[in-house]
Design a protein around this ligand. Structure first.
Ligand SMILES: Cc1ncc(COP(=O)(O)O)c(C=O)c1O
Length: 353
């Protein structure tokens, strides 16, 4: 089966090879060398001097950490689909008051909307934004939204689970306090690793936080990181080795700019073909995700029928998600994806339709 999923995605051969070695202790010289090399490569990739922590959880662990360490009472969550809703649920699950900014499905959060929401509600301490909402294939104008958030002096949490590694993220320049992702998306690594950068200000908030639990206490992560001990608990060593291999591979192939170009080319090819097949893309024009195309299923034929028919042709796409399950299907362009497989998949899609 050839994968055009939205995560986990197909892994690069270089990554799988790096992950296949024998285990060693997460306190060994070998692991610590690998850990800090990976962290430094990620800092370069994200253009940040902030600490980077590698959680042995998926990216959702950073949603928990953001709320537990940095929100006392109230946060504002921008919701463009299922993963924004999840962030709001995490806030409520920890007893925080959650204000929601939710444009109609398929539309982005605009700087004007955010400006209004923050002006009307000065009690909000932090803003959470899903950079790329995987469930509807939409990318928000993050740089502009970050500017508004920072002008109001709020902390900024960014769920970059399906954008980190697929499009630009300038953590320091844009002022992102916690920016997180998961290994199984744009880097083409198996699941099991949460990757997140954490700012000084976020750590200062953590210092005073009460009832923040232990596993995701950012001050504990900071202590181990600064003491050269890597992670407080057992590291997901194969995934870290896989991330390291992916980052080296990107560097060897010309750096992140070329990697983003590759994603744009794949995505443009898929979108172009889909439009030639007289189908339309779900989100508003100009806000289509560069990593996941969410496609309106042809009239009278549900998304699940297209998904099943493509499986019979040997291609695993992704079904629509949440309320769009029946109306759409999705094609991911993350991870290991030889160019010729994209052509084969698009030919099969034409046949199936
Ligand atoms: C935008 C977004 N946020 C959060 C998640 C949850 O990630 P994980 O399951 O790795 O915690 C996903 C997973 O698909 C996602 O696409």
């Amino acid at each position: 089966m050839k994968l055009f999923t939205v995560g986990p995605v197909a892994c690069y051969p270089e990554v799988l090879e790096a992950m296949g070695g024998q285990m060693y202790s997460h306190r060994s010289k070998e692991y610590l060398g690998l850990h800090y090399d990976t962290v430094e490569r990620l800092q370069d990739f994200l253009e940040t001097e902030n600490d980077i922590y590698l959680f042995s959880s998926t990216g959702t662990g950073f949603m928990e950490a953001s709320v537990l360490n940095c929100v006392r009472e109230k946060m504002l969550v921008c919701v463009n689909g299922s993963f924004g809703k999840r962030f709001a649920d995490v806030g409520r699950a920890h007893g925080r008051e959650v204000a929601v900014l939710e444009p109609p499905l398929g539309q982005p959060v605009t700087p004007g909307m955010l400006e209004e929401a923050l002006s009307e509600d000065p009690g909000v301490e932090a803003v959470a934004i899903t950079h790329n909402e995987t469930s509807v294939g939409l990318i928000n104008p993050l740089e502009k939204l970050a500017k508004v958030t920072k002008a109001h002096g709020k902390l900024l949490f960014v769920d970059a689970v399906s954008s980190m590694g697929g499009t630009e993220l300038k953590v320091d320049n844009w002022g992102i306090d916690i920016c997180f992702s998961s290994s199984q998306k744009c880097f083409g690594v198996p699941p099991g690793l949460g990757i997140g950068s954490v700012s000084r200000e976020a750590l200062e908030m953590s210092e005073e936080a009460v009832n923040k639990g232990w596993y995701f206490d950012l001050k504990i992560w900071e202590r181990y990181h600064k003491q050269g001990r890597g992670t407080p608990m057992t590291s997901a060593i194969p995934q870290v080795a896989g991330m390291n291999a992916a980052l080296r591979m990107i560097e060897e192939r010309g750096g992140k700019g070329l990697y983003f170009d590759l994603y744009n080319r794949r995505n443009g090819k898929i979108r172009g073909s889909v439009e030639r097949l007289s189908l339309s893309i779900f989100p508003d024009e100009g806000f289509e995700s560069p990593t996941v195309s969410c496609i309106n299923a042809p009239g009278g034929v549900g998304g699940p029928a297209v998904y099943e028919a493509m499986r019979r042709e040997g291609f695993e796409l992704a079904q629509g998600y949440g309320v769009l399950k029946k109306k759409t299907f999705r094609i991911g362009n993350m991870g290991y994806m030889p160019e010729e497989d994209i052509d084969l998949m698009l030919d099969a899609l034409g046949k199936v339709l």
